[in-house]
Design a protein around this ligand. Structure first.
Ligand code: AHR
Length: 499
């Protein structure tokens, strides 16, 4: 049956913050070393960053990059990663049981952000360290001169301070796996005290408190309430993390319905933070930073080895079906534009990443998941619109009443372009989709349409270094559109733009 998506200029879900198209660089596995960084690579720049990988990062289009972790940050001594490289210590990274050579640190990463045109989002260690190390880092990074840490940066050859606005107050402090794991009360107090101190160093910064690390945490929601009870008025955002595991979904229809769980989780985090807002008599709603999200085959056994350097750690290879889940994450984030103001696809290169490199300086290539992100980051800007969707529905092993389509809509106020991101969850049927434009004017006389389709030979199809183009977008119809239904192929992600 024909589906119908209704949008109207009055049904705005809020302005899309460009920072929702962020990603994440952790000192983990082959993300940094043998990923973005390889000084022996023919395309390496003066810092040792691979130029071919940087080109792919720019094409992917992350607006903000979180760094240096992740679990890694909770044991990190940032001082180890600044100053002359020859003097930097080699350490054991207790989070991932790997060797950390400290060849990449704060200044190199911040130069990388400039190179790929992304804003940095830095995290401080509230696991094994605390307020003093955090204030020193903010001073080192963002103050001009005339104090011990800012002058130390200058002595390291970085004369101007970096413009680092966003700072995460630790990482996943609710998780027992986290170095320095804390109770909600302990963490909430520490986040509040650290926030007060950091704002004294630099009042311009924006601070993110750690929310829950995954929806199944037994402390989920009470963690948010208790942490925010301590630090609500001191922080600007609350984080949330979520990974979808295709192995746990067990079948493709169930996996493709995970968008329902993503929507429900965001709604629950909003509810928990609104409870803290009401209980604390705060007027400002708490914006969310969804600063780790992706597909992660997390239930598979992991070989870490004995203190390896840059091991192949969670180097997941993504399928066509996984790319649709990535598209669903983006649609869910867009549906919550008023509250989700930052988000990071975790991670950027090699570690659960849209970009892969062959070990030892080999070829770099795009995974299936690269494309929904890259196209949404480029074209999903402006105002997010509520979509009134009429579509067929189905049940899965875990869900009831799943819409066959997942649709998000965006209006670019500058050009008036309407962009629809459409996922067909049906594995075998093409669904005709009518676009009903409500009170939008200017499209009646025949709009220009551009339809881009991402699909593949099967749900399990993947790209690889030797076959990088198995799952790639192709142009659908383009030309004049006068209101006829648009064919949405089975198992596909689509971008439909009307000008
Ligand atoms: O992104 C991989 C890991 O997942 C991060 O280090 C941690 O924060 C999360 O559990």
């Amino acid at each position: 049956a024909t589906a119908r998506a209704l949008v109207d200029p009055s049904f705005s879900l809020g302005e899309i913050d460009p920072r929702v198209y962020g990603s994440f660089v952790e000192h983990m596995g082959r993300c940094v070393y043998d990923g973005i960084y390889d000084p022996d690579h023919p395309t390496a720049d003066e810092d040792g960053f691979r130029g071919d990988v940087a080109d792919l990062v720019r094409e992917l289009g992350p607006t903000i990059l979180r760094y240096p972790g992740g679990n890694f940050v909770s044991g990190y001594r940032w001082e180890d990663g600044v100053g002359p490289r020859a003097d930097r210590p080699v350490r054991r990274d207790l989070a991932w049981k790997s060797i950390e050579p400290n060849l990449v640190g704060t200044n190199e990463f911040l130069r990388y952000c400039q190179r790929v045109a992304a804003e940095p989002m830095m995290a401080v260690n509230l696991g094994t360290r605390g307020i003093e190390a955090a204030t020193a880092l903010v001073e080192y990074t963002t103050l001009a001169e005339g104090s011990y840490w800012s002058d130390l940066r200058r002595s390291h050859g970085v004369a101007e301070p970096w413009d680092v606005r966003v700072w995460c107050l630790g990482n996943e402090m609710d998780g027992p796996w986290q170095l320095g794991h804390k109770t909600a009360y302990e963490y909430g107090r520490l986040a509040a005290e650290t926030a007060v101190a950091l704002r004294r160093v630099n009042p311009e910064i924006e601070l993110v408190a750690c929310g829950t690390s995954k929806p199944v945490m037994p402390t989920f929601a009470t963690w948010e309430a208790q942490v925010l009870e301590q630090c609500y008025s001191h922080v600007d955002y609350m984080s949330m993390h979520m990974y979808v595991d295709p192995d746990l979904a067990d079948d493709v229809p169930t996996l493709l319905a995970s968008g329902l769980e993503i929507d429900a989780y965001i709604d629950s985090v909003i509810a928990a933070s609104d409870f803290a807002r009401a209980a604390g008599k705060h007027s400002r709603p708490m914006p969310l930073s969804f600063d780790e999200w992706n597909v992660w085959y997390n239930s598979r056994p992991r070989e870490i080895g004995v203190w390896p350097s840059a091991p192949e750690l969670i180097g997941d290879i993504y399928s066509m079906a996984d790319a649709l889940v990535v598209g669903s994450f983006i649609n869910s984030i867009l549906r919550h534009s008023d509250r989700v103001r930052m988000a990071c696809l975790a991670q950027l290169v090699n570690v659960i990443a849209p970009i892969r490199t062959e070990p030892g300086g080999g070829q770099a290539w795009r995974q299936s998941s690269f494309y929904p992100f890259a196209l949404a980051s480029r074209f999903g800007r402006g105002e997010s619109l509520r979509v009134g969707l009429q579509a067929g529905r189905h049940d899965t092993a875990r869900h009831e009443d799943v819409p066959d389509l997942d649709v998000a809509a965006v209006r670019d106020p500058a050009s008036g372009t309407l962009t629809f991101f459409v996922i067909n969850r049906d594995l075998s049927n093409t669904i005709p989709l009518e676009l009903a434009l409500g009170g939008f004017t200017g499209f009646e006389a025949g709009a220009r349409i551009e339809h881009t389709v991402l699909t593949g030979p099967s749900a399990a199809a993947t790209n690889s270094a030797s076959q990088p183009d198995t799952v790639v977008p192709r142009a659908g119809r383009s030309g004049r559109w006068s209101g006829e239904a648009i064919a949405i192929e089975p198992l596909s992600w689509n971008m439909i733009r009307l000008h």
